[in-house]
Design a protein around this ligand. Structure first.
Ligand SMILES: Cc1cc2nc3c(=O)[nH]c(=O)nc-3n(C[C@H](O)[C@H](O)[C@H](O)COP(=O)(O)OP(=O)(O)OC[C@H]3O[C@@H](n4cnc5c(N)ncnc54)[C@H](O)[C@@H]3O)c2cc1C
Length: 430
C-alpha cells in the first residue's frame, strides 16, 4: 500500500530537525513504518544555518565535559551512537567528513549538502514526510496515540518528540508544542538562551562596536569566578559576543534568570601575565616618552579599544607617557588584564544558537529516552535537558539521542532489527 494512505503508523516523529530526521531514519531502518511531521515548509531549516552555513556536525574530542546535563544520560546516548558511528553514518549517505582543529564539517563545507543527504536517506528508508504539519495535540489511546495537526489526525503505536526548544524560532523551534508536552504530563527545567552574546554595561559599546580582540573572558557570578575561556572576543553595540562568550553563556544566562550578579572580566593580552605587562608598559613609557597615552598604547591592542581602556583606568588620553605615574601604570595593567563588565541580559532567543534546559531528565528512562509516564512516548535532541559547548557538540547530541530514541521506539514495537549497521544501512528497508 502506498504510504500516502496509511493512517496508522508504527512511529510518528514530531519535528524534522537534525534529531527528528536521525530518529526517523533509524527507526525506519529497523523496519518501522514512520511518519515525520514538520511544521515548517521544509526539513532541517536550522541545520542549514549551522556553522555559518557550513555545518560543524561533530567534533573529534567527545569528552563528556563538553556537555551539560546528566552524565549518565549523555554517556549512554554517545555509547549508543558515537563519534565514529556519526562519521560512518554520514560517509555512508555521501557526506565526506573534513576536520579542522577537531571540528568536523562536510567536505563540501555546505550545510545544505547535509540536509539533502538526510532527505535522500529518509526517502530511501521510505519515511513519509509531511511538512507544514504543525502538531497541535497528542492524545494517548489505550494502545498507541492519536496525533493531531491542524488539517489531519493520525494513529501511531509510538510517538517521538524532537521539537527542539526556543533558539532561533524563525528556523522552526518556537515552543508551539510545549503546552501539548505539559498536557502529556511532562515538565521542563528552566529554559534560557545559550551560545549567545550578552547586553552589558561598563563601557561605551557604541564606540568599541566592531572590535574583535583575542583574549580571555572570566565569568563571575556573585563575585565568584566560575569559568574562563580564551578566543576572539567581539564587541558589539549592545555588549559582547564571540566564541569565548558563547562558552560562558549557559552559566551566565541561568544566573541572570535567577537575578544574580553576573560580571565578565576581559583579559586583552591573554598570553601575558600582569608583571610581564607591567614591564611592557614601563618599556613604552621609556621608549615612547613624548607620546600621549593613546599613542603609547598603539600596537598593543585594537586602536578603537584604547580610549575605552584609558577611560576605565582614569587616565587622560592626552597625558604624556613619561608623565604616567607608577600607580597609573598599575591601573592600566589592571584594566588591560581585568576589564570588568556587568552582564545585564542574554541576547534574545532569536540570536541564540541553542537553549539550556528542557524536559526533566528524571521523567525519562535514560537507557531508552522513553517517557517514564507514558509508554511508547520518546524524546530526543535539544528538547531534552542536555546541551553542549560550541564545536559540533549540540549536533552530536541531536544525532546520538535521535539514534537512541529511534532505535528504542523500534524495539518497543518488537522490531528486532535494531543493530547500528542495519538501522543506518543506506540500502533501504525491504
Ligand atoms: C545559527 C545556528 C548555528 C548553529 N551551529 C551549530 C554548529 O555548527 N554545530 C552544532 O553542533 N550545533 C549548532 N547549532 C545548534 C544546533 O543546530 C541544534 O542544537 C540542533 O539543530 C538541535 O536539533 P533538534 O533536532 O533537537 O532541534 P531543532 O533543530 O530545533 O528542530 C526541531 C524541529 O521541530 C519542529 N517543530 C517544533 N514544533 C513543532 C510542532 N508542533 N509540530 C511539528 N514540528 C515542530 C521545528 O520546526 C524544527 O524543525 C546552531 C544553531 C543555530 C541557531
Amino acid at each position: 500500500m502506498s504510504k500516502k494512505h496509511i493512517k496508522h503508523w508504527n512511529l510518528i516523529v514530531v519535528g524534522g530537525g537534525a534529531s527528528g530526521m536521525m530518529a526517523a531514519i533509524t527507526a525506519a531502518g529497523c523496519g518501522a513504518h514512520v511518519l515525520l511531521l514538520e511544521q515548517k515548509e521544509q526539513l532541517g531549516k536550522k541545520l542549514l544555518a549551522t556553522g555559518n552555513g557550513r555545518c560543524n556536525f561533530t567534533n573529534a574530542d567527545m569528552e563528556l565535559t563538553h556537555f551539560h546535563g546528566e552524565d549518565a544520560l549523555i554517556q549512554n546516548a554517545l555509547d549508543c551512537f558515537s563519534l565514529e558511528d556519526t562519521l560512518n553514518f554520514f560517509h555512508k549517505i555521501g557526506i565526506l567528513p573534513k576536520q579542522k582543529n577537531g571540528y568536523y564539517y562536510p567536505n563540501s563545507e555546505q550545510a545544505a549538502s547535509v540536509v539533502s543527504a538526510l532527505e535522500a536517506e529518509l526517502a530511501r528508508r521510505d519515511v513519509a514526510v509531511h511538512t507544514k504539519a504543525q502538531v497541535t495535540k497528542i492524545v494517548p489511546l489505550p494502545s498507541g496515540f492519536r496525533v493531531y495537526t491542524a488539517e489531519d489526525s493520525y494513529v501511531s503505536d509510538t510517538v517521538l518528540l524532537a521539537v527542539g526548544l526556543l533558539a532561533a524560532p524563525k528556523l522552526g523551534s518556537n515552543g508551539s508544542f510545549f503546552d501539548g508536552i505539559k498536557e502529556l504530563g511532562h515538565h521542563f527545567t528552566p529554559i534560557v538562551p545559550a551560545l549567545c552574546g550578552f547586553y552589558c554595561e561598563g563601557t561605551d559599546f557604541k564606540a568599541v562596536s566592531g572590535v574583535r580582540a583575542e583574549g580571555r573572558i572570566t565569568l563571575y557570578i556573585d563575585g565568584e569566578p566560575k569559568e574562563a575561556h580564551c578566543g576572539e572576543l567581539q564587541f558589539t553595540d549592545y555588549g559582547i559576543s564571540g566564541i569565548p562568550v558563547f562558552q560562558i553563556s549557559r552559566l551566565a544566562s541561568a544566573a541572570l534568570k535567577q537575578n544574580r550578579q553576573v560580571q565578565a572580566s576581559l583579559h586583552f593580552l591573554a598570553g601575558m601575565e600582569k608583571d610581564e605587562l607591567q614591564k611592557e608598559l614601563l618599556f613604552r613609557k621609556e621608549k615612547l616618552a613624548e607620546e600621549t597615552a593613546e599613542q603609547g598604547l598603539n600596537g598593543l591592542l585594537a586602536a578603537k579599544l584604547i580610549p575605552a581602556i584609558l577611560k576605565k583606568a582614569e587616565i587622560s588620553h592626552k597625558t604624556q607617557m613619561r608623565k604616567l605615574s607608577e600607580e597609573e601604570l598599575e591601573r592600566l595593567a589592571a584594566v588591560l588584564t581585568d576589564f570588568t563588565l556587568d552582564l545585564t541580559k542574554a541576547r534574545d532567543y532569536e540570536f541564540a544558537q541553542i537553549c539550556a534546559g528542557g524536559i526533566r531528565t528524571e521523567e525519562i528512562d535514560i537507557k531508552t529516552l522513553e517517557s517514564r509516564y507514558l509508554s511508547g512516548l520518546f524524546f530526543s535532541g535539544e528538547l531534552l535537558d542536555v546541551d553542549g559547548i560550541c564545536g559540533g557538540y549540540n549536533l552530536q547530541w541531536a544525532w546520538s539521542s535521535g539514534f537512541l530514541a529511534g532505535k528504542s521506539a523500534a524495539q518497543r514495537l518488537g522490531i528486532k532489527n535494531h543493530d547500528k549497521d542495519q538501522s543506518t544501512e543506506t540500502s533501504g528497508r525491504t
